[in-house]
Design a protein around this ligand. Structure first.
Ligand code: ADP
Length: 457
């Protein structure tokens, strides 16, 4: 059975051919016929004029029609018409077919009266038969051959349309069919499927969009798979710890009182993990629902620093602030940006030792407010810096328990900053330590007075 596209294409071609043939029949053919008739009439008139002229010449040279018969016969042959010459009294004096000689002529033929040049004396009458001569026959032939060519032309065009339909429809429908089959395979879960990107035009664009859509789907599917695997892996450690403590208590190897703190720690870890995962899921799906309000980043920084002040002091780490005066307010979600700043400060504290320094700088640059949280702590090896924003990535896995981190803090921070249209990155410090840089866009760049204030804790 013919493919639907083929049928449609053929129908389109057929329609075009029918329209062309009808146009030729209705417009071109009558016009051509009229032209042929006009041409035939003009040629007929010209022939009569020539005969008239010649006969007048003959008469003036001879003074009579005697001996004109052979010339009239010749004219009949030459112009393909029956030519008769009658004298002034109406008697036939010459006949190209030699049949009416001497008879009075009274047929309804085309006639030309031959008059003398100087006087108005009638010398004779030239009759040409109404039946068709060479030119009318030619005109009829021309009309016939036009009809003939039109018929065969339409038939040839029909054949060409059939061949074209087959060739073109195959060329057009092959990529479409390939796309449809690939879409069905992708729908069934095969995300390795791709269509050749070599198709041209709109189909090519469609193929490339399809490929990039499938690539996105494959990436999303892989992320989902990884997330499930990573999450299972992260849950396993605290859960097996809790199980170990429970078994130890059941076997009376460990007193419940001694186990409580450790179990609490692992349960706390599990709770944080669940909270962070939920937060990340919201951020990644773009469903955070930011409450944007004009806020100054300095307020956020000061509040976070104040909440960690005691902890830093206890650990012997100094906290410095270098905050530009008159920083323009930003359109931010206060809670979320507080979460980012808090996370960066907690990380800095977790990876610094007694005597280290943490500096928080906030400044206004072109179109952005930039915050930099620098520490003189252990730092992050250069090759691992970009990875710290990956889900569950930790530079030193063995320190997880010590820092109590879920490995999701920076991933969430990155999502939150990007949700505000900003960027976050990490740099290494010389001689040691690392700097996390957050840039948040200004909604409107108002004037400000650069000035640096410093607070040491
Ligand atoms: P965590 O909950 O483990 O802190 P994060 O996503 O916040 O997770 O950080 C990921 C990893 O990046 C950390 O485990 C740590 O190895 C590294 N990291 C983050 N901040 C710092 C820092 N200031 N100095 C050194 N390493 C850091």
């Amino acid at each position: 059975m013919m493919h639907r596209l083929q049928v449609r294409l053929f129908a389109a071609f057929l329609l075009v051919i029918i329209v062309v043939v009808i146009t030729i029949l209705l417009l071109v053919l009558p016009a051509a016929e009229q032209e042929i008739d006009t041409y035939a009439q003009r040629t007929g008139r010209l022939q009569l004029a020539r005969m008239h002229h010649w006969l007048l010449g003959y008469h003036s040279a001879r003074g009579s029609w005697s001996g004109v018969q052979p010339f009239i016969e010749e004219m009949g042959v030459l112009y393909g018409q029956w030519v008769v010459l009658a004298a002034e009294d109406g008697t036939v004096v010459a006949d190209s077919r030699n049949m009416l000689f001497g008879q009075p002529f009274d047929e309804e033929w085309t006639e030309v009266v031959l008059t003398g040049r100087d006087d108005e004396r009638i010398l004779g009458v030239l009759y040409v038969s109404a039946e068709s001569g060479i030119d009318e026959a030619f005109a009829r032939d021309l009309r016939d051959s036009l009809g003939y060519f039109l018929f065969w032309g339409a038939l040839t065009a029909l054949g060409a349309a059939l061949v074209l339909t087959l060739v073109l429809s195959r060329a057009i429908s092959a990529p479409v069919r390939q796309l449809a089959e690939s879409a069905i395979r992708a729908g069934k879960g095969d995300l390795t499927v791709r269509v050749p990107g070599s198709f041209r035009g709109e189909i090519g664009e469609l193929a490339r969009s399809f490929n990039s859509m499938i690539a996105d789907l494959a990436r999303a599917a892989e992320l989902r798979r990884n997330l499930v695997a990573d999450t299972a892996h992260e849950l396993r450690t605290p859960l097996s710890n809790i199980r170990g403590y429970l078994e130890a208590m059941r076997d009376e190897v460990l007193e419940p009182y001694d186990a409580i703190a450790s179990v609490e720690e692992d349960v706390g870890m599990l709770a944080r993990l669940v909270d962070d995962l939920q937060e990340l899921a919201l951020a990644e799906s773009g469903a955070l629902g930011l409450h944007l309000e004009p806020e100054n980043l300095v307020t956020v920084i000061r509040r976070c620093v104040a909440s960690l002040h005691a902890r830093a002091s206890a650990r012997g780490v100094s906290l410095h602030l270098e905050l530009e005066d008159g920083l323009p307010p930003l359109m931010i979600d206060f809670q979320r940006i507080t979460q980012v700043v808090h996370n960066l400060l907690v990380n800095a504290l977790s990876h610094t030792e007694r005597g280290d320094r943490i500096v928080v700088v906030a400044e206004h640059l072109e179109g952005v407010v930039r915050m930099r949280v620098s520490d003189t702590g252990e730092g992050i090896p250069e090759g691992e810096r970009e990875n710290v924003f990956e889900r569950f990535y930790r530079v030193d896995r063995s320190r997880t328990r010590a820092t109590g981190g879920t490995g999701l803090g920076l991933t969430i921070s990155k999502q939150l900053v990007e949700a505000h249209g900003g960027r976050i990155r990490v740099e290494g410090n010389i001689p040691r330590g690392s700097s996390f840089i957050v840039e948040l866009p200004l909604e409107s760049s108002g004037g400000y007075a650069p000035n640096t204030d410093s607070m040491i804790s």
